[in-house]
Design a protein around this ligand. Sequence first.
Ligand code: GAR
Length: 222
Amino acid sequence: MTDRPTAGIKPRLVVLVSGGGSNLQSFIDACAEGSLNAQVAAVISNKAGVGGLDRAAQVGIPNIAIDHRAFDSREDFDKNLSELIDSFAPDLVVLAGFMRILTPDFVNHFLGKLINIHPSLLPAYPGLHTHQRAIDAGDSEAGATVHFVTPELDGGPSVLQARVPVLADDSAESLASRVLGFEHKIYTAAVQWFCQGRLCMENGNAILDGKSLPEQGVIFSD
Ligand code: GAR
């Protein structure tokens, strides 16, 4: 990993995906239009043939599939993955729908430079099927949270959270689609804060502009 982003040089993002890559697309678009002062240095997926790799290829960003099934253990995969990421000298590693549980060694190697978006109002609903769980519980709000990654699954300090009403006739799919629109906004905003040197993680806390953020992070408002 490189040190903190240097003034005048665009911070380098390595984006990890496992699927369609709509969050990745929002980074690509924001970099192109200048609202995100960064460059996507590489896109890496644990699955070949996914939309996220195609999106990178379309704009000439290096894109690589590294199939976790080709490795004997989670540790072995994560070691190879971290070496591959390091070869692109990232300032920030961005998990954008990367559907793998990461080993503590991997997380600790990138600690403070590893960020994720999770489709729930963390600390509610870590893990999978977040929208269905929110509907089943009768929640009035769902949403998404950008957080730094620590070894605890979906447990690192929150940076930015978007709250989205659950409608009476929502299915998991309709809710997911509405939340995804907000994900694109909050994820690019949080990554821009990091690239501007405004956001960091210190002693397990998310710090924005020198101040510790509350447990749920900043609450996004349009
Ligand atoms: C997003 O909803 C993201 O929050 C979720 O995967 C989707 C990826 O969409 N991530 C997780 O569930 C991680 N635990 P995308 O490929 O269109 O960006």
